[in-house]
Write a protein that binds this ligand. Structure first.
Ligand code: TRP
Length: 445
């Protein structure tokens, strides 16, 4: 078997894992959820759930990966000594592949919109108009282009592809975002947006539906359950301190979500100040694709001169975020096929990307029936359920001494830390209970 890839530095790993975590979930999903769930109340619950629920699961996944040093399907049997536990990897791989199928469609839209602003800037109005029409031809063309970009990076391997590109793209993302936040913050109307974003409506903090949305958001945003973090963990050196590295990834992810909120929510109020409708019929802030493809473009249309670069910057930002995430998704099935079947990464990439593209095509052909369904099944149900299983397997079936040995590598003092006193028990009891409770309520309502 070919030798396994490995991240070449801690910085490289953090950029890649944070690149996976930071994606449309942060820059689009999070502000959207904030808009539709009572502003800062959602921010508060999301932060709590990320640290009490998602971070512990993230640690579990990273550790399973680094211990097993294998793809996600072969990893679980190594810690449980129970062959059938491979189902968890199989289920995760299918889930992440389905997520990538719809994610590539959205990635394609972002490319089309970025190009729209570019082509209208240079006067190609007909092309510019076509680029933002919701046509099957446009959708499939750009889904294919986005998939090719993803494939080209993953084909180059862990250090030369995923790491190299994450290290380049993540700073670009942060730079673009900072410029946009400052620019939008200086516009008329922005301060009202800031206050919605900062002051919670406390009556909604204990809303159970809000908590369920926040849980889904936290799992999606940290790329949990499906093997993405597991596989990245498996490319980490045994000399790294997992506890701090995991915390760093979670912090960057949350930080970028907050920054994105600080960009988008004020931007909505700037749009309002210039006459754009930002409330739907029921008086709630417009969210979802209406926000990204209607409200913000209405704002952008008023921008002239140098400001017309803002929308290009904005959609490029989204595209970059999507790309560092999509590569981490593709890596899950690709690593399995490379390790188990062919040993040939390039070939595995073509086959897997082709199959996922086929799934995207099926979704596009039945868009109204399938798109929302796939999003909801994979992210609201499959991911948290997988998270539940991971807690149970790591908490109950992984030999505690073996787990301690693994986590001690790179962190020799771990036994006397608070983390080790709390986390394992927490993973055994508290996390599964929270997930079950939230599920129970979501079926009740
Ligand atoms: N976390 C990314 C985002 O916020 C998306 C992502 C990457 C993902 N890998 C994943 C989501 C695996 C679920 C599962 O957009």
């Amino acid at each position: 078997m070919a030798t396994r890839g490995e991240f070449s530095s801690k910085f490289g790993f953090v950029m890649a894992a944070a690149g996976s975590a930071v994606g449309l979930g942060n820059i689009w999903g999070f502000p959207t959820q904030v808009a539709s769930n009572g502003g800062a109340a959602f921010v508060f619950v999301y932060l709590v759930l990320t640290f009490v629920l998602a971070y512990p699961v993230l640690m579990a996944e990273l550790l399973v990966g680094r211990y097993a040093k294998s793809n996600s399907i072969d990893a679980y049997p190594k810690i449980t000594n129970y062959k059938k536990s491979a189902f968890l990897g199989v289920w995760g791989t299918l889930t992440v592949s389905s997520i990538l199928a719809f994610y590539s469609i959205v990635g394609g839209w972002l490319m089309a919109w970025a190009l729209h602003y570019f082509t209208s800037l240079i006067g190609l109005t007909a092309i510019a108009a076509w680029l933002v029409e919701f046509s099957f031809e446009r959708n499939i063309l750009f889904t294919v282009l986005f998939s090719i970009l993803t494939l080209l990076i993953v084909r180059q391997g862990v250090a030369a592809g995923i790491e190299r590109w994450s290290v380049r793209l993540m700073p670009i993302l942060l730079g673009l975002m900072s410029i946009l936040i400052v620019y939008v913050g200086l516009q008329r109307g922005a301060s009202e947006g800031w206050s919605v974003f900062i002051f919670p409506n406390f009556s909604r903090v204990f809303d159970i539906d809000l908590a369920i949305s926040a849980m889904g958001q936290a799992f999606f945003s940290l790329s949990l359950g499906v093997g993405t973090m597991l596989i990245y963990g498996s490319y980490l050196s045994k000399s790294e301190n997992m506890v701090s590295i995991g915390a760093l990834v979670a912090l960057v992810d949350v930080g970028v979500a907050i920054l994105a909120g600080a960009l988008i929510i004020p931007a909505m109020y700037v749009a309002q100040a210039s006459g754009v409708d930002i409330l739907d019929g029921a008086g709630n802030l417009i969210s979802g694709d209406g926000l990204v493809f209607t409200v913000l473009p209405a704002l952008f249309d008023n921008m002239r001169g140098l400001a017309s670069l803002v929308p290009i910057g904005f959609f490029t930002l989204l595209l970059v975020a999507a790309l560092t995430s999509s590569i981490s998704m593709l890596e899950v099935p690709v690593s399995y096929i490379t390790e188990r079947k062919s040993g040939d990464r390039a070939k595995a990439c073509y086959w897997v990307a082709g199959a996922i593209l086929l799934a995207s095509l099926i979704i596009l052909l039945n868009f109204d029936a399938l798109f929302g369904l796939v999003v909801s099944l994979t992210t609201e149900y499959s991911q948290p359920l997988l998270g539940l299983f991971i807690c149970v397997i790591v908490g109950w079936f992984w030999n505690r001494n073996q787990l301690l040995e693994e986590i001690r590598l790179g962190n020799p003092e771990i036994e006397i830390t608070l983390f080790w006193k709390i986390w394992p028990v927490y993973l055994q009891f508290v996390c599964p209970l929270i997930i079950l409770l939230l599920f129970y309520h979501s079926f009740q309502s």
